[in-house]
Unconditional design. Structure first.
Length: 599
């Protein structure tokens, strides 16, 4: 038996001196525009009309409570609304001027009240029970200062729609006397007891009983229910500690008292109770959406990355593990990729859990980092008749992928090493204006606050020149510019990016791999092996790429040249040449003289 509180405090402004739904409506849109996008598990309101619900207190005084008049729910593939006395289909067309028919432009609203949340949670409870158990029976009683038997115990599957309509049409008014509803439940259960079939009472309330006599009477009936073998659950909404403790200690069976801070928690509690009552009941018709973090892309069934442009052209089917098929699509709200699984069955606690595995890959334009979420929260979620549950955000470490290159030049002996006017000193080794990865793609960092990719600047990087390939002897652009090499000279540029701190979770999800090491979180640029001008340099640079050397090389060759014609140095060469000629002439003279004397 469901025993539901319909006191005036269940309205939108229920804690005021004049409880009312006024002020709580939020427009969704015109019915003709939104009918195909409405959530079939929610309770809406067909315009924002209010109705006066009169209530006569037991002391003889009369009060009026303003309720949202036209609740609207989805039944048998049709939207229906309660007109105050019966349920009618929402028409697609309505009469316009001069008797012509026009699209139904009635505005549809949501209403964030305790009563609306109770209707949605109760409806989900009924649906789940009906779909999972052909023999379960449900009855409904309500209470304020009076009790009302809305439905005797009936088969949930056969009477699912009528039970949901009964609860959705409830209005709220008056005070809180739980014993009135508990008494009705006690009678119905006693009159419908079945051998070896457990019985339950689910008491919902949003506040303490109005009077001490209400407390005492409720406590006594609850005791009788428990002693007769009936399990009593209590579900409180936004209760203070005193009321929550009172329900736990005086009304509920052991470990059967729950309190919800909001309507979403209320739905979760009803789902837990429903699964506890029937451990073999699965939750059906669940919709699961995983919105991929913008730093990643989905990988298709063919093993290739799915592009945004492909998804903007239409949805793409992806088969995960366990054969679960989801539809990938482009999420225009978050400007990223997403995947949905519809009409899924969430197994009960005895048969396991719903799970599947899909593959995502970091975008080429993302520089990388530690502890990166792979989906968007709270948009990634499971939606059932009981409400929504946000999916966990798995965190991973993404390898920092940036590249340095090389430069191979010749200078004349005695010249200084040339540097350019960039901050680095050689944009060919590393171009700070266009930071690229190992594939040559420009990479960006991701701003968590703005949800945008941003250009990488010098301040994001650690940049250092060295004079040795072990990168132990530091130097600077200014010092390099003053060097006059007397032979081949190499300078080594090391560029790093701080990937942030990793966590135990992100390390586990990436098999212990992280950006950086035990001492830092910096990932260094890898040499791309390019820009060698001769065979030796080509080999050296390509070996740097193969060895994943964490530096770029600026290589300088020195060439020696003869002085130009007309320079002062020619006189030295001329004098040297004349001297050599004189020495040669003397040598020839001596040889000839010796030959003559020997004859």
């Amino acid at each position: 038996m469901m025993v539901l509180d319909i006191s005036g405090s269940m309205l939108y402004n229920g804690n005021s001196n004049n409880p009312t739904d006024k002020g709580g409506f939020r427009a969704v849109g015109k019915y003709c525009d939104v009918k195909n996008s409405l959530d079939v598990n929610k309770v809406y309101y067909y315009d924002n009309t209010l109705t006066d619900v009169s209530y006569k207190h037991t002391n003889g005084n009369s009060y009026t409570y303003k309720n949202a008049k036209y609740p609207m729910i989805y039944i048998n593939d049709t939207w229906k609304y309660y007109n105050g006395s019966s349920w009618v289909n929402v028409p697609d067309k309505i009469s316009g001027y001069y008797g012509n028919k026009r699209d139904n432009n009635t505005t549809i609203y949501t209403l964030d009240s305790g009563l609306t949340g109770l209707k949605e949670a109760s409806s989900a409870f009924i649906s789940a029970t009906a779909e999972s158990s052909e023999n379960s029976r449900i009855g409904v009683a309500t209470f304020n200062a009076y009790g009302n038997n809305l439905s005797n115990l009936v088969n949930a599957r056969d009477n699912k729609n009528s039970l949901k309509q009964t609860i959705a049409s409830i209005y709220a008014a008056g005070g809180t006397s739980p014993q009135k509803g508990l008494s009705i439940a006690q009678t119905n259960l006693a009159n419908s007891k079945r051998t070896d079939v457990p019985q339950y009472v689910i008491l919902f309330t949003d506040g303490a009983p109005s009077e001490d006599t209400d407390k005492n009477d409720s406590k006594e009936i609850a005791r009788q229910l428990r002693e007769s073998g009936i399990t009593v659950y209590t579900v409180g909404l936004k209760l203070n500690d005193e009321t929550s403790n009172w329900l736990s200690e005086n009304i509920a069976s052991t470990n059967c008292a729950f309190t919800a801070a909001n309507v979403d928690e209320l739905k979760v509690i009803f789902a837990k109770i429903q699964q506890t009552i029937s451990q073999n009941i699965d939750i059906k018709n669940a919709n699961i959406v995983d919105v991929i973090d913008p730093r990643f892309q989905l990988v298709g069934n063919d093993g290739n990355v799915i592009t945004d442009d492909e998804l903007k052209q239409g949805e793409i089917e992806i088969t995960g593990t366990n054969g679960k098929v989801g539809m990938a699509y482009y999420d225009e709200v978050n400007n990223t990729q997403a995947i949905r699984w519809t009409d899924q069955t969430i197994p009960n606690v005895n048969t396991g859990e719903w799970n599947t595995t899909i593959t995502v890959k970091a975008r080429d334009k993302y520089i990388g980092g530690n502890n990166v979420p792979t989906n968007v929260s709270p948009d990634s979620k499971i939606t059932t008749g009981f409400g929504e549950a946000v999916l966990p955000q798995p965190k991973v470490n993404v390898k920092v992928d940036i590249a340095t290159s090389n430069d191979d030049i010749w200078i004349n002996s005695g010249e200084t090493v040339p540097v350019d006017d960039t901050n680095i000193g050689n944009s060919k080794v590393f171009d700070i204006e266009n930071v690229v990865n190992s594939k040559g793609n420009v990479v960006y960092k991701y701003n968590e606050s703005t949800k945008e990719f941003e250009k990488i600047t010098k301040g994001d990087l650690t940049i250092q020149w060295y004079t040795d390939d072990q990168c132990t002897s530091e130097t600077t652009k200014d010092k390099i510019s003053k060097v006059k090499p007397d032979g081949r000279t190499d300078f080594f540029l090391k560029v790093g990016y701080d990937g942030g701190s990793a966590t135990d979770e992100s390390n586990t999800n990436t098999n212990g791999n992280k950006v950086g090491n035990s001492e830092s979180n910096i990932g260094y640029a890898i040499n791309d092996g390019k820009n060698g001008n001769d065979k030796e340099c080509v080999t050296d640079f390509e070996n740097c790429k193969k060895n994943k050397s964490e530096y770029g090389i600026y290589r300088i060759h020195v060439k020696y040249t003869l002085p130009e014609t007309g320079g002062t140095g020619i006189y030295w060469y001329m004098a040297g040449g004349m001297l050599l000629m004189m020495v040669a002439a003397v040598a020839i003279y001596r040889k000839r003289y010796n030959e003559y004397m020997n004859k």
